[in-house]
Design a protein around this ligand. Structure first.
Ligand SMILES: [Ca+2]
Ligand SMILES: [Ca+2]
Length: 652
């Protein structure tokens, strides 16, 4: 078995570009020459034509002219092309695009951008050499022969170009799949800034990026003519009942198992609306699936149904089921007769007036759509509160910082106070609990970064330390569990896990602006309940807390996390609980201390890029100052520890 070197830089916490170890260019040419077809695949379930158009561009580059050739990319691309065709994708060029030189590469990417306009799903797959130069990822055409860095833009294909084609297309879901973990083909040339691995990319809205292996590790060659990643991917594409996250999770697990843990595919995703299945309707339970999977598949098949019978059928099968409460609520909504509209007052009938023989009504306003309900229940069964459209006061001014004795050097990132308009949205009433996260993990097989990498940060009584075996099910490390903590907020989940949960629930993380408005209301109050701190309205570092800055004059009843919603008096003007304290909460924005100086005044999305993400609201280990609604803090997206959790938002 020949090993190849890989790949992208790993931790988002470091911005170093890791250069792959090169095992020697001769080795990459030794991949087994073997015609494909050997990959084990399960037969695709009979597919009904997908309701939305699916378009794919599949590229395999192996026959390089100036750098070591690769044996498997062309067979890998053929396998993926056949598989995607069998599950309803239309292929650019009707087949896999093999051994493309730069002009051909440019041409198919451009055509891809045109054809995906108006499609529902766009998928780009590439197998071949990949390289990063100064943090930008490039795919390598077979003709490439760069001798200096300035050649790169002309001879290689910048991956951002593919993302840009997808961004403008209006597609609901974009998938960028890179089996480009080959060694750096240009090692020894004048490309000092080049590394063989691929750099972390930020997934634009509705996009999932999947890399063949985890950063800084070694990908193994397959024994059947395919890379382990592509073989596993093709297998998962054909498996019925897996949604998009489950497909990539299953691929990851299969590759990890097949390579003895040496290689693990990596996913980076932005929030994705709705669900997507490569094969099989969600109402087809996966063969051999356990009872939970069957129930979840059943629920997925009825949850959008407008008829009460669908929910009745679910309840008959699962009277105590995971979604029983939600089903009863839906049933009630569908069977309750609408409340009669009050008759207009008889004393002031709208005076009819004639005009040119046509009767027109005046004096009454045109029919208004009914206002959205103040609460709703999300796909995950969690209640959400409405935050109506309108302006609010975001950030702090200098006088406010002085009033609360906040050092401007530390808290100056809240300046200046400014007006922001937001569209209406719903926000989870509570932080996401362990019980709900467990439901998600069971349904999707998702494994958090802490689980995949084997450690989480734990407060040990004195300091915070990396603890092996700490993850959301064992938040304090081996021996700990979430038994008894089912209604506590989930912790030890990185921003990636928060994105994944919210997407599964048909939601997304709130933006920083959405979070702040939901916490403080339209008028910019300091805390969710008002302008003055009150240690009985939130779980913070009170006298029970283990840190030296604990407030010994206050007792909120909890040393660490509290069950969500424990502080009735602490809820925000819109009815969201624990927006101050309990756990810090991930939002979707990158962090920039100066963002407020010229951020958009309507629906600000946050900076386009960054190294750290924003966390909000303070937690059980925080001082009162950090519980203020305008307070901003930051953490590397890969952070997982005992005091950061999240909740989700949903646009109307
Ligand atoms: Ca406390
Ligand atoms: Ca909180």
């Amino acid at each position: 078995m020949v090993r190849e070197t890989t790949c992208r830089n790993v931790l988002i916490t470091v911005c170093l570009l890791l250069v792959c170890t090169t095992l020697g260019s001769t080795q990459s040419g030794k991949r087994r020459q073997q015609e494909p077809r050997g990959a084990p695949v399960v037969p695709a379930a009979p597919t009904v034509p997908p309701a939305e158009r699916r378009v794919a561009l599949v590229i395999g580059n192996g026959q390089y002219h100036h750098v070591p050739r690769l044996a498997n990319p062309t067979t890998d691309a053929r396998l993926i092309a056949e598989t995607l065709t069998s599950v309803g994708f239309t292929l650019i060029g009707s087949q896999a695009q093999l051994d493309l030189d730069k002009p051909a590469f440019d041409r198919v990417v451009q055509e891809f951008g045109t054809v995906i306009q108006g499609a529902g799903v766009a998928l780009f797959y590439y197998a071949g050499h990949g390289v990063q130069v100064r943090g930008v990822n490039y795919l390598v055409p077979v003709s490439a022969n760069p001798t200096r860095e300035a050649d790169v833009d002309f001879q290689l294909l910048n991956t951002d170009l593919v993302l840009r084609q997808m961004e403008g297309a209006g597609t609901r879901l974009n998938l960028l799949l890179l089996d480009a973990c080959r060694n750096n083909p240009f090692a020894g040339r004048g490309l000092r800034a080049a590394g063989g691995g691929l750099a972390q990319m930020q997934a634009p809205e509705g996009t999932l990026i999947s890399y063949a292996t985890q950063p800084g590790n070694v990908a193994q060659d397959g024994t059947d003519g395919h890379s382990p990643y592509t073989a596993a991917l093709a297998h998962a594409f054909r498996k019925p009942g897996l949604d998009v996250f489950a497909v990539f999770n299953e691929t990851g697990l299969a590759v990890k198992q097949r390579t003895g843990g040496a290689q693990q595919p990596w996913v980076s995703s932005s929030p994705i609306a709705g669900q997507f299945y490569f094969t099989g309707a969600p109402d087809q339970p996966p063969p051999g699936g356990n009872a939970d999977a069957v129930e979840i598949a059943f629920w997925n098949s009825v949850k959008e149904d407008p008829s009460p019978e669908a929910f009745q059928t679910y309840l008959e099968s699962y009277p105590q089921g995971k979604f029983a409460a939600l089903a009863r609520l839906k049933l009630k909504q569908l069977t309750d007769p609408p409340k009669p509209t009050p008759a207009p007052p008889v004393t002031e009938p709208p005076p009819p007036r004639t005009s040119g023989g046509t009767q027109v009504a005046v004096g009454s306003s045109p029919p208004q759509p009914p206002p959205p309900p103040a609460t709703m229940v999300g796909n995950d069964g969690a209640e959400m509160v409405l935050v109506p459209a309108g302006e609010f006061s975001m950030g702090s001014d200098a006088d406010e910082l002085d009033r609360v004795q906040a050092d401007r050097k530390v808290f100056g990132n809240e300046l200046p106070r400014h007006r922001v308009y937001l569209d209406a949205f719903y926000l989870d009433t509570y932080e996401v609990t362990n019980a709900r996260f467990q439901q998600f993990a069971q349904a999707t097989g998702y494994r958090t970064q802490a689980e995949r990498e084997g450690w989480g940060d734990v407060f040990t009584g004195e300091t915070v330390e990396q603890v092996h075996g700490a993850h959301w099910r064992a938040p304090q490390g081996p021996g700990s569990s979430i038994v008894g903590l089912e209604q506590h907020p989930v912790v030890q989940v990185s921003q990636e896990g928060a994105h994944a949960y919210c997407a599964w629930a048909g939601k997304r993380l709130p933006t920083e602006a959405e979070w702040e408005k939901a916490a403080r209301g339209p008028d910019g109050q300091t805390y969710p309940w008002g302008h003055r701190f009150d240690g009985k309205r939130a779980n913070f570092c009170d006298t029970n807390c283990g840190y030296r800055w604990k407030d010994q004059a206050a007792n909120d009843g909890y040393r660490a996390t509290a069950p969500v919603g424990s502080y009735e008096g602490g809820k925000s003007p819109y009815g969201a609980y624990d927006m101050a304290g309990n756990v810090w909460e991930w939002v979707s924005d990158w962090y920039d201390a100066n963002y407020y100086r010229n951020s958009p005044t309507q629906n600000p999305p946050g900076p386009a890029s960054g190294e750290q993400a924003v966390i909000r609201g303070g937690g059980w280990s925080s001082r009162a100052l950090n519980l203020r609604a305008p307070n901003r803090d930051k953490a590397a997206p890969a952070t997982r520890e005992g005091y950061v959790g999240f909740r989700c938002a949903k646009p109307l």
